[in-house]
Design a protein around this ligand. Structure first.
Ligand SMILES: NC(=O)c1ccc[n+]([C@@H]2O[C@H](COP(=O)([O-])OP(=O)(O)OC[C@H]3O[C@@H](n4cnc5c(N)ncnc54)[C@H](OP(=O)(O)O)[C@@H]3O)[C@@H](O)[C@H]2O)c1
Length: 350
């Protein structure tokens, strides 16, 4: 396969660093350019990225001179096909649109375009068919390129676990999250605020879980997605864990469903997505009574598998509860965008 050049918008941040690390040695993608704020532009990546990952900084990225957002559509970048985005929302809105207009395929982590009707919000193991919205978007907006999005980190983890349960008919979902600090970005939380503590508020997180889930699990009808017909009620919390979101989920079904049926649905779940970043098993059922745990399970499937456990009947009628855990900056962010981009390539969108 030909090598495809990619750029990273917001390359110095928490998710941007994950992109740099995960793309190193990728069989299809080759790093073409790194972009960050004016503070970093014109300097070598190794001098401006405050590298926090437990891997060496890839040598090629380390020597790359970071560019500013003004350079995204410069002539020197015209051999780039895909722009991965990990920018703060307000900046992403303008820059991502400019990139799509200039002809790039933009695969973004950022929330700002996720709920727009003509923008695919994709977890490929669930709704790769929603990529058909790309043609709708290009024709409505008159762009040569396009924007596709992956969900918020806590949404990805929960929604992947809900997909195999859709066959039973879901009425209501309640979720309580325990989210890692890396989800707040590199400069996100002062250590004095989070160490020895739990923060019971994450801006706009509950709203994202409650809306994005229904779009992803919804059905594409013509040029629109019809939301899945149930409600999600989320309570989101930050805990002093470095990486890996853990979520307690209560699912109320239309009819009685046994613990064994739910476990079997998790165990049997598989898809036809087989690109380099697709994990062999997207969902791993942990049978031990004290799993999943972020320290033990976040790196499963190179960080791209989620783990479920503690499946048991709830107190309410037709209810099952369980715990799900996934890596927030890999499966929940950079890895998710890379997987989406691979599927774009495989299906001929790039
Ligand atoms: N962290 C997660 O787990 C996670 C998961 C899913 C989605 N997301 C989303 O991904 C995005 C990035 O999150 P993050 O946690 O990686 O944030 P972060 O650590 O704060 O990184 C932000 C990046 O954007 C750049 N930037 C900041 N202000 C800019 C400006 N005015 N113009 C141009 N570039 C600017 C920064 O460059 P400098 O270094 O030069 O300042 C840095 O590269 C956010 O929209 C977030 O909601 C994050």
């Amino acid at each position: 396969m030909r090598r495809i050049k990619v750029g990273i918008l917001g390359a110095t941040g928490s998710v941007g660093q994950r992109f740099v690390q995960l793309l190193d040695g990728h069989p299809w993608f080759e790093l073409g350019a790194l972009f960050a704020s004016e503070r970093s532009a014109g300097k070598r990546y190794r001098d401006v990225a405050k590298w926090v990952l437990p891997y060496a900084m890839p040598a090629e990225a380390a020597e790359t001179v970071v560019q500013s957002m003004n350079d995204v559509d410069a002539a020197e970048n015209e051999d780039i096909s895909i722009m991965f985005s990990a920018l703060p929302g307000p900046i992403a809105n303008e820059v991502e649109k400019r990139c799509a207009q200039a002809g790039y395929a933009v695969s973004t982590n950022v929330a700002v375009h996720r709920m727009e009707k003509d923008v695919p919000l994709v977890i490929p193991e669930i709704n790769a068919d929603h990529l058909a919205l790309i043609e709708v978007q290009k024709s409505l907006r008159g762009w040569d390129g396009f924007i596709i999005t992956n969900p918020n980190c806590s949404t990805i983890v929960m929604t992947l676990s809900l997909e195999p349960l859709m066959q039973f008919g879901i009425n209501e979902v309640h979720v309580s999250t325990m989210q890692a600090v890396s989800g707040a970005g590199y400069a996100g939380l002062p250590s004095m605020a989070i160490l020895d503590n739990v923060l019971p508020f994450i801006e706009k997180e509950e709203e994202k879980m409650e809306s994005e889930t229904l779009k992803i699990l919804g059905a594409l009808e013509g040029s629109e997605v019809k939301n899945a017909p149930f409600t999600v009620c989320a309570s989101c919390h930050r805990v002093p864990v470095m990486d890996g979101h853990t979520e307690a989920v209560w699912v109320k079904f239309e009819e009685s469903v046994s613990e064994e049926e739910v476990k079997k649905a998790f165990k049997d779940f598989n898809t036809d997505i087989k690109t380099p970043f697709a994990p062999d098993k997207p969902i791993i059922l942990r049978e031990e009574r004290d799993r999943p745990q972020p320290k033990l399970d976040r790196d499963a499937g190179n960080g791209m598998s989620i783990s479920v456990g503690r499946v048991r009947g709830g107190r309410m009628e037709n209810e099952i509860k369980y715990i799900v855990q996934g890596h927030n900056t890999v499966r929940g962010a950079a890895g998710a965008s890379i997987l989406n981009a691979e599927v774009l390539v495989e299906r001929g969108y790039i």
